[in-house]
Design a protein around this ligand. Structure first.
Ligand SMILES: NC(=O)c1ccc[n+]([C@@H]2O[C@H](COP(=O)([O-])OP(=O)(O)OC[C@H]3O[C@@H](n4cnc5c(N)ncnc54)[C@H](O)[C@@H]3O)[C@@H](O)[C@H]2O)c1
Length: 195
């Protein structure tokens, strides 16, 4: 399946690469031009055991690509994961402005059904807020869903954790969203069951 990953940091890069390795076609988007140039030139912006080999292998297979264009990312896939940062503010509250920004940008470019999946760590009800934002910034009437799929990988063992999650949590509001996410995660569940 085609997947867009917006935010190519720790979570986005590792999860996107894992999705490519299990057979999906992944486009990673980031607004940090230097980071995307680094990846396009086959260098890693972070170190995680096993990551470089997986990234290069899937780039070579044509299943993993990198871009700064959110328009391209929105056009590319029906399922768009949001894995941008949510840094804590002064009182520890998460800064949701990057998630909101992605919601506005994706809405601006959407011309057909999209499933927006929150992978960033966000408080309860952020999905409702994201849905409002997308609805407000849509330029034409198109159907979309918002789903929640929080990430639990740990830096230092991120690649291992991505392939061997001890849980996969999803919150959906439609059968279509459930079906799409099941299809994405099925190969990981099958691998885990066989070990
Ligand atoms: N790092 C971890 O171990 C970990 C584990 C579980 C969950 N999380 C959560 O996952 C989320 C991402 O964390 P991370 O560590 O990957 O962050 P990160 O800072 O490594 O990466 C975030 C990326 O998002 C990009 N970005 C920001 N705004 C953007 C936009 N509008 N369009 C495109 N790209 C944009 C940034 O340039 C950056 O590359 C956070 O909510 C974090 O709390 C992190």
């Amino acid at each position: 399946m085609k997947i867009t990953m917006v935010g190519t940091g720790y979570v986005g890069l590792v999860t996107g690469t894992c999705f490519a390795e299990i057979g999906h076609e992944v486009l990673c988007v980031d607004n940090d031009e230097r980071k995307i140039r680094t990846l396009q030139s086959r260098r890693m912006p972070i170190y995680e055991e096993g990551l470089e080999e997986l990234v290069l292998r899937n780039m070579d297979r044509g299943r993993l690509r990198f871009t700064t264009s959110i328009a391209e990312g929105t056009d590319f896939a029906e399922v768009i994961f949001i894995a941008v940062g949510t840094p804590p503010g002064y009182h520890g509250e998460p800064n949701l402005s990057y998630v909101e920004q992605v919601g506005r940008q994706v809405a601006h470019h959407m011309t057909g059904y999209r499933l927006l999946v929150e992978k960033s760590t966000v408080p309860v009800n952020t999905g409702i807020q994201l849905k409002r934002t997308v609805t407000k910034y849509l330029r034409e009437k198109v159907d979309f869903d918002v789903a929640s799929n929080p990430e639990f990988l740990r830096e230092g063992s991120a690649v291992h954790d991505a392939f061997h999650p001890d849980r996969i949590v999803v919150g959906v509001e439609s059968e279509r969203a459930a079906r799409l996410l099941r299809e994405i995660y099925e190969p990981i569940i099958a691998r885990s069951n066989s070990w």
